[in-house]
Structure formats: structure tokens, C-alpha cells
Design a binder for this molecule. Structure first.
Ligand SMILES: Nc1ncnc2c1ncn2[C@@H]1O[C@H](COP(=O)(O)OP(=O)(O)OP(=O)(O)O)[C@@H](O)[C@H]1O
Length: 253
């Protein structure tokens, strides 16, 4: 892995919108290189939109976002993925090489070997030829973690990585997250299980479209901050526009 030192992410008064509606409003701060941060908040708080923007998949409406785009691997929410496509576990893992190899170069034997080893590392030895459509939710999540292993990226973004998996799978995947953290990678994970966050994640960003708190987990996940996040979320006007939008953006949406 290279580029760990450059693996920080800086947000400067960043606003992200879907059409004219703000998903994330005026957030500033920095994910330091090598940090392990949980992103938590109510449904619709903007967590996935923020991850996608950091990965370069969603444009900034206002403000600044500095991130090493070439060095980022994203695990999307499982619900966002279509598993009906007839593709094997090994092929899904091999996709992890393509960000470096390019889509049109034949993969080398060493890369194929690395993909097999990654499947084995997530406990799926012998699953190489299995179609992903035949896997359980937890097995599929293991395949996606194997793909992250071959991507070998300095920055790893995880969107609800332990959602709908059993406790054994969650523990195995969490061990990988800690291994990556120990290797100095920068890791951001969207999570809903606050107990898990308290126990396993040193830093937390609490988001309710606007940032409520960001820092050491114990200082962020106070009862007062959680109440504030809930009230912000419940009080949010779904039709409100992002402030500062130019008139043409308002009328275009
Ligand atoms: N493709 C889209 N088009 C329009 N609005 C969207 C789109 N995706 C998300 N939104 C809206 O943007 C807001 C933030 O959504 P986002 O998915 O980022 O929140 P989240 O915190 O990840 O939510 P959850 O915890 O439910 O996954 C929500 O109001 C959502 O309805």
C-alpha cells in the first residue's frame, strides 16, 4: 500500500444536495490520515451522500472537499447492489484490481492468486466459482470485503458494513477493519449500532444533515448530542432548499 501519508480528507463548509434539497449542510473538518471514524445519525441524515461525495461519486454544491480520489475504496450499502447479474465470487473480487490495472488489461496470474487469497482470508475458500446470487447476505458481504482487500486502498469508506449480517460475520469483518486501521489506513464507516461505535471506533462524526459533533467518540455520543441530532432530524423541513443556492439552481430543480 502506498500514499498513506496523503490519505487525509478535508471538508470546508461543504454542502451537498439532491436537486435543490440539502443532504449535508455546511460541514467543515478533517479526517486525519490513519484515523478510524464512525459516521452516525438518524435515517436521512446525509451519511451515505457524504461517503459518496468523498469517493467522487456526488458533486459538491458549495464549499470544498479535498480527498485522494485515486486512493479510495468504497463499500456501498448492500441494498444498493444488484446481485441478479450472473457473476462469480472470484470475478467480483477481481474487480478490485481494475482501479489500478484498468478495465481492458488482462489480469495477471499473481492478481488472480491475490483474489483467491482474499476470498480465503474472509473465510470463503472454495467459493471462487459460486455465483454471487446464490450467497447469503453475510457471505456476499464477505466477498465485498475480499474485494476491498485486493483494492489495497489507503482510504476505505464503508457504508453500513455490518448491516443484516450475523454476529460471527460482523466480528470477522470488524477484525479486518482493525487490521486495516493498524496498517495506517484512513477508515470511515457509516454505522447505526452506537454500542459497537462506543466500543470499537475511537472517533465519531454525528450528522443530522448538519454536523452535530465530531471528535473523540465519548465526547460526541453524549445524550445531549443524540437528542439534538434527533430533534434536528425530526424538525427538518423536507422541502427546504439549501441556503445560498443561486436563483438558477433553485428554479432548475
Ligand atoms: N438519489 C437521491 N435522490 C433524491 N434524494 C435523495 C437521493 N439519495 C438520498 N436522497 C435524500 O437525501 C437525504 C440524505 O440521504 P442519505 O441516504 O445520504 O442519508 P443516510 O444518513 O445515509 O440515511 P440512512 O441512514 O437511512 O441510510 C435524504 O433525505 C434522502 O431522501
Amino acid at each position: 500500500m502506498s500514499g498513506v501519508d496523503a490519505a487525509g480528507i478535508t471538508l470546508t463548509d461543504l454542502t451537498l444536495t439532491h436537486g435543490r434539497r440539502p443532504a449535508v449542510h455546511h460541514i467543515s473538518g478533517r479526517f486525519a490520515p490513519g484515523s478510524l471514524t464512525a459516521i452516525v445519525g438518524p435515517n436521512g441524515a446525509g451519511k451515505s451522500t457524504l461517503l459518496r461525495a468523498i469517493a467522487g461519486l456526488h458533486p459538491a454544491r458549495e464549499g470544498g472537499l479535498r480527498a485522494p480520489r485515486h486512493a479510495i475504496a468504497l463499500l456501498p450499502q448492500a441494498a444498493a447492489l444488484d446481485r441478479a447479474f450472473p457473476i462469480s465470487c472470484l470475478d467480483v473480487v477481481m474487480f478490485g484490481h481494475w482501479s489500478r490495472a484498468g478495465a481492458f488489461r488482462a489480469l495477471r496470474p499473481a492478481e488472480k492468486r491475490a483474489a483467491r487469497e482474499a476470498l480465503s482470508a474472509v473465510g470463503l475458500e472454495g467459493f471462487e466459482g459460486r455465483p454471487v446470487g446464490s450467497l447469503s447476505t453475510g457471505q456476499f458481504q464477505r466477498v465485498l470485503f475480499a474485494r476491498l482487500l485486493v483494492q489495497d486502498a489507503p482510504v476505505i469508506l464503508l457504508d453500513e458494513p455490518f448491516n443484516a449480517v450475523d454476529s460471527r460475520t460482523a466480528a470477522d469483518l470488524l477484525a479486518l477493519v482493525h487490521r486495516w486501521h493498524g496498517e495506517g489506513r484512513t477508515i470511515l464507516a457509516v454505522l447505526h449500532d452506537l454500542e459497537l461505535v462506543r466500543q470499537q471506533f475511537p472517533r465519531t462524526l454525528l450528522l443530522a444533515r448538519e454536523p452535530i459533533a465530531w471528535g473523540p467518540t465519548a465526547e460526541v455520543l453524549t445524550a445531549a448530542n443524540r437528542l439534538k441530532a434527533r430533534m434536528m432530524s425530526e424538525g427538518w423541513d423536507a422541502d427546504a432548499e439549501a441556503c445560498g443556492l443561486p436563483p438558477d439552481a433553485r428554479s432548475a430543480a
